[in-house]
Design a protein around this ligand. Structure first.
Ligand SMILES: Cc1ncc(COP(=O)(O)O)c(C=O)c1O
Length: 382
């Protein structure tokens, strides 16, 4: 424990709570927690199910078949992929829980784990707490923010146990084409590596098509599992509701560990989540249009400051370069203290995050406009 830090956002919550007691009104564009509610019928389903006297006991770790079938239906509709509800899916308390527990279930002390940089911090923390050895794969603009598999030394690839990928990417907002996943599956077959694909942002997207799932590739289930949740896709981050799908022996190991670590979900949450997954796609499209407008406000403000920023096609984040002469942690802290706007320093996501901050679009339009005005006024004084 002495070698790991508290999660950045847990620490930031404490800092912002202190600033609030000192009278500061902070606009939070740091964390990716959707501000919009789930569809009203999802909340109604939760209410109805909770009102039943028989819905308050422990659930099995696999939950009811209807919950797994709802995921199966969503994978079929969104990605055209068939998942066997009996064997190829394990419910999760959000993907974060699954990512952490998978690491504990699979990694032995000294195992090499391939982690993109920037990364979602739990890939690294889960690896470290299991005694694994991280090997970082830089995500660079010149490679379209995809890991360069050919640059991984053969001896590292042969030793590696597990490889993390995350598209749409947090914090970069980048997406991966299906051709990348095809290459990745062949790489995993060659080197006997388990691929862990983490896609909670797959349905938060602004283009014509929904970014693909690795499960669309032939043979993916032999080498890969995929983590997904309703946190971002259905505005249900606080509900802690997700699933892992794919490779059966890996899912069996994860489930075995989970039966020793947690006691499943609150049943009404599973019912309401199943209902959410059956909503019309138009609900998600309309929600994404709200995000797109917010994205454009932020990107336009930054570009008018002369900042060379990409407009992301998916995810909840804008990856913003900071001015020369600053380091990202100091820059984010100065913005918080002097402009009352909170963003995440890029280095929270690894050393390749230096020189950037991550700006989240999870505030109402008016708040984003206010924040961008404050940020612009402050930036011009630098
Ligand atoms: C890339 C990525 N993976 C996983 C998670 C965890 O999400 P949840 O546990 O809510 O599904 C997040 C949350 O921000 C994330 O950004």
């Amino acid at each position: 424990m002495s070698e790991i830090k508290k999660h950045f956002f847990a620490q930031l919550d404490e800092t912002i709570a202190t600033l609030k007691t000192e009278g500061m009104e902070v606009i939070r564009l740091d964390i990716g927690s959707p501000d919009l509610p789930p569809h009203p019928s999802v909340i109604e389903t939760l209410g109805r199910a909770s009102a039943r006297g028989d819905s308050h006991g422990y659930q099995s770790h696999l939950g009811p078949l209807s919950y797994r079938e709802a995921w199966v239906g969503m994978y079929k509709d969104v990605f055209g992929v068939d998942i066997d509800p009996a064997r190829e899916i394990v419910p999760l308390l959000g993907t974060k829980e699954g990512i952490y527990h998978l690491s504990q279930a699979i990694i032995k002390s000294g195992d090499v784990v391939l982690i993109p940089d920037p990364y979602y911090p739990t890939y690294l923390r889960g690896t470290q707490l299991a005694g694994g050895e991280p090997y970082f794969m830089p995500l660079l603009a010149e490679n379209d923010y995809l890991p360069d598999l050919d640059a991984i030394p053969e001896e590292v690839a042969d030793k590696a146990k597990l490889l993390w990928v995350n598209y749409p990417n947090n914090p970069l907002g980048a997406t991966a084409p299906l051709s990348f996943y095809e290459k990745l599956v062949r790489f995993a077959e060659k080197h006997d590596i388990l691929i862990c694909s983490d896609i909670p942002y797959s349905q938060v997207c602004f283009g014509e098509n929904i970014p693909p799932s690795i499960m669309q590739v032939d043979g993916a289930k032999d080498v890969a599992i995929e983590f997904n949740s309703l946190s971002k896709s259905h505005n249900m981050a606080g509900w802690r509701i997700g699933a892992a799908v794919g490779n059966v022996p890996t899912l069996d190991a994860l489930l075995k560990l989970k039966t020793n670590a947690d006691s499943g979900h609150f049943g009404p949450i599973l019912e309401a989540a199943s209902h959410a997954m059956g909503l019309q796609p138009s609900w998600i499209q309309e929600r994404n249009a709200v995000y797109r407008e917010r994205r454009d406000i932020i990107v336009t403000s930054l570009r008018s400051l002369g900042v060379d920023v990409d407009s992301p096609q998916a995810s909840l984040y804008i990856w913003c370069p900071i001015p020369e002469g600053w380091v990202s942690e100091k820059f984010a802290m100065a913005m918080l203290e002097e402009a009352s706007v909170s963003v995440a320093p890029g280095t929270v996501f690894g050393s390749n995050g230096e020189g950037f901050v991550r700006i989240s679009i999870t505030q109402p339009k008016e708040k984003i406009e206010e924040a961008m005005q404050k940020l612009t006024d402050w930036w011009k004084t630098l």
